[in-house]
Design a protein around this ligand. Structure first.
Ligand code: MSP
Length: 650
């Protein structure tokens, strides 16, 4: 997909009948990620979010709380704005549908569609779901009464109404979908829309008379009892935010690059909205991108069920950037996702801690130990060109994935360079290079790791701005359009610099940090010692232990980087095992009867990493390997698939 020079990115505007939950945060975080990437890549970016404040639903919510509708809307709108501000969401404008400029713009659009002959007055008789703010024909209702979308009871409405000639646009819409296969993303959702439109479009009632809380018709219509249908009002925000109907100040941003929405509001955005725009003779947005639904333990989140996950609580407990990464990485865009703390913790400990954080630690360790903290990239290409080629091949794939809304794949691909880096350390072993006096090569390896970390942190920045800024500070560069051009688009490397030491970015999380978000599997807070006493039972000769006791043992994946025979020993091999630390551990293992040095070299093993060092035949042993032995002999316990050295087992 080609990039034009502008990127207008929007979230839906959120109803102010309730406060934000992780579903809302998800849409906003995706949009923020796209906006940050667009800015970094030099596009003229405009990022819009806001609140949708009119309609019967809001009027009723305010009434039930004994507030005026405006008071209530002000209050809830502010909670959204505050949340996005606290989340450092980089929006350029926060629009409210109660803004005077917006309302004038909606009236202008109404007049323009009317002049075009697309609006006429008639009587509406039908069923209306207040919760979904949608009319439904009788045939679509469940048991002749209930809303097909949310299951709530509908109200029979018979009132005078203005209609939009949606039926006139059926063929034009189908033609547009046909000619622009990328209009609706993901592509799987496109067919649903096409089928719906092929089923026939009836004209749309676009004004109501039975309530008051909405945009009035333009004065020259002389019809004061009508207010605009909330979806016409709401969709227009994408134009009025640019000054449509007022001064057109930012209309050069139109058409939008992408409207991000949830799948529940796809019909409004993929059918009504393009029809309104065609009526206004305006170009259509490039993409309507619909994401899936977040559930909690497989159920829809709702206040009445008490299972709503509060995004602020999650971000406070686990870190905002970690939460952002989790949401974008965990679920393929368009699919549904279930929120669980376990999944979040796994992502933090594994992807972020083991793969990214640990790599930075290794770099700090290596350069600190051998080069007084300095990193020099001068000879990286001389020794590690093929690694650099692999990294750049991955980087090239990233941008199209982002704008095709394959954000989980973007992150997956972005992790490949980290694997290249971790593997390079395991393979070339800076400690060996240093021992062999190959200082230039060891420094080049240092430079390679720093280069990979710099490039990854630039491309990860839109998802994890705070963490990546910390990484770039440690590596003495700034993430901006200049560094993106130089190090991602071009193949440049960092200058010579001295690394700043920083605190570990992803301290390991051992247990759920939030009670509210995870009632299940909560561990009782018992002191380890008491717990052992209480729970120590013996079953069939095996002492039962608590999980805490098990976690006292540190088990890690190790890669054998050197294997030698122990002189005069029939049983022992002397191994150097990389467990993700600065230097490999020396392990003396009693496995010679079953394994040769060749069998062991470059193989992976499971290491007990927190045993007190012992001496065997005068040789220090700093760990133990897991193995199983029966009458047929001994076999090593190994990870089923290759894992980064140092990955914790548990
Ligand atoms: N006001 C309309 C949008 C008008 S846009 C012109 C609206 N508001 S909403 O507050 O109900 O929803 C806003 C967005 O949040 C929608 O994209 C919706 O899909 C999303 N989500 C609400 N609950 C959600 C989940 N549980 N999971 C994921 N997203 C969800 O619709």
């Amino acid at each position: 997909m080609s990039c034009n020079k502008k990127a207008y990115i929007t979230t839906p505007i959120y109803y102010v009948n309730d406060i934000a939950h992780i579903g809302h945060a998800y849409t906003t975080i995706i949009a923020d990620t796209l906006a940050r990437y667009s800015r970094m890549s030099g596009l003229d970016t405009f990022f819009l979010t806001g609140t949708d404040e009119h309609g019967q639903k809001i009027e009723e919510a305010a009434k039930s709380r004994g507030k005026t509708t405006k008071e209530y809307a002000d209050e809830i709108s502010a909670t959204f704005k505050n949340l996005w501000d606290d989340f450092d969401i980089s929006y350029d404008k926060f629009i409210r549908t109660t803004d005077a400029d917006h309302m004038v713009g909606v009236q202008k659009a109404f007049s323009a569609m009317h002049e075009k002959g697309d609006i006429y007055k008639d009587t509406y008789k039908g069923h209306y779901c207040i919760s979904c703010e949608t009319f439904f024909p009788l045939l679509q209702l469940v048991d002749g009464e209930f809303c097909p979308e949310c299951g709530k009871s509908t109200t029979v409405v018979e009132e005078e109404s203005y209609f939009f000639r949606l039926s006139n646009y059926q063929d034009k819409l189908l033609k547009y979908y046909e000619e622009h296969p990328e209009f609706i993303l993901p592509k799987s959702k496109r067919n649903e829309v096409i089928r719906f439109v092929e089923g026939g479009l009836t004209d749309l009632s676009i004004t109501r008379t039975s309530f008051d809380w909405g945009v009035k018709l333009p004065e020259n219509f002389n019809d004061p009892k009508h207010v605009m249908y909330v979806w016409l009002d709401a969709l227009m925000n994408y134009l009025t935010a640019l000054g449509y109907g007022k001064d057109d100040a930012n209309m050069e941003q139109w058409p939008a690059r992408v409207h991000l929405i949830g799948k529940d509001i796809l019909r409004f955005h993929a059918i009504y909205w393009p029809a309104f725009l065609m009526s206004l003779d305006l170009p259509l947005p490039k993409h309507i991108a619909a994401h899936g639904w977040w559930t909690r333990d497989g159920e829809k989140m709702s206040k009445s069920k008490g299972n709503v996950v509060d995004p602020r609580a999650v971000a406070d407990a686990y870190g905002l950037d970690n939460f952002r990464y989790f949401m974008l990485r965990e679920v393929p865009f368009g699919g549904d996702g279930d929120f669980s703390q376990k999944a979040l913790i796994d992502r933090i400990n594994s992807d972020l801690g083991n793969d990214l954080g640990n790599l930075l630690n290794r770099l700090i360790g290596m350069s600190g130990k051998y080069f007084a903290g300095s990193v020099d990239s001068t000879n990286v290409e001389k020794y590690y060109q093929s690694e650099l080629d692999d990294v750049h091949a991955s980087l090239e794939k990233l941008e199209p994935l982002l704008f095709d809304m394959q954000i989980h794949r973007y992150l997956e691909e972005l992790w490949r360079p980290l694997t290249v880096a971790n593997k390079a350390i395991d393979m070339y072993q800076p400690w060996t290079l240093m021992k062999e006096g190959k200082k230039e090569e060891a420094m080049a390896l240092n430079g390679l790791i720093a280069a990979i970390l710099s490039k990854v942190s630039i491309m990860l920045y839109p998802v994890m701005p705070e963490v990546c800024t910390k990484i770039s500070n440690a590596l003495h560069f700034s993430i901006d359009n200049k560094s993106w051009n130089a190090m991602v688009k071009d193949t440049q490397l960092l200058d010579i610099f001295v690394l700043e030491k920083i605190d570990p970015l992803f301290p390991r999380i051992e247990e759920p940090l939030l009670e509210q978000a995870e009632p299940i599997e909560k561990k009782p807070k018992v002191k380890v010692k008491d717990k052992v006493k209480k729970e120590e039972k013996v079953t069939e000769g095996v002492a039962l232990i608590g999980i805490d006791q098990f976690f006292q043992t540190s088990l890690k994946v190790g890669t054998v980087v050197k294997a030698e025979e122990v002189p005069k020993s029939k049983k022992l091999l002397l191994l150097q095992v990389d467990v993700g630390e600065d230097e490999p551990r020396q392990v003396v293992a009693g496995i010679k009867e079953w394994y040769s040095t060749d069998d062991m070299l470059n193989s992976q093993v499971c290491v007990v990493a927190n045993l007190k060092p012992a001496k065997l035949m005068g040789l220090k042993s700093e760990g133990m390997l897991l193995a199983a032995k029966d009458k047929d002999g001994l076999c090593m316990i190994r990870p089923e698939k290759p894992k980064t050295a140092g990955t914790p087992i548990g």
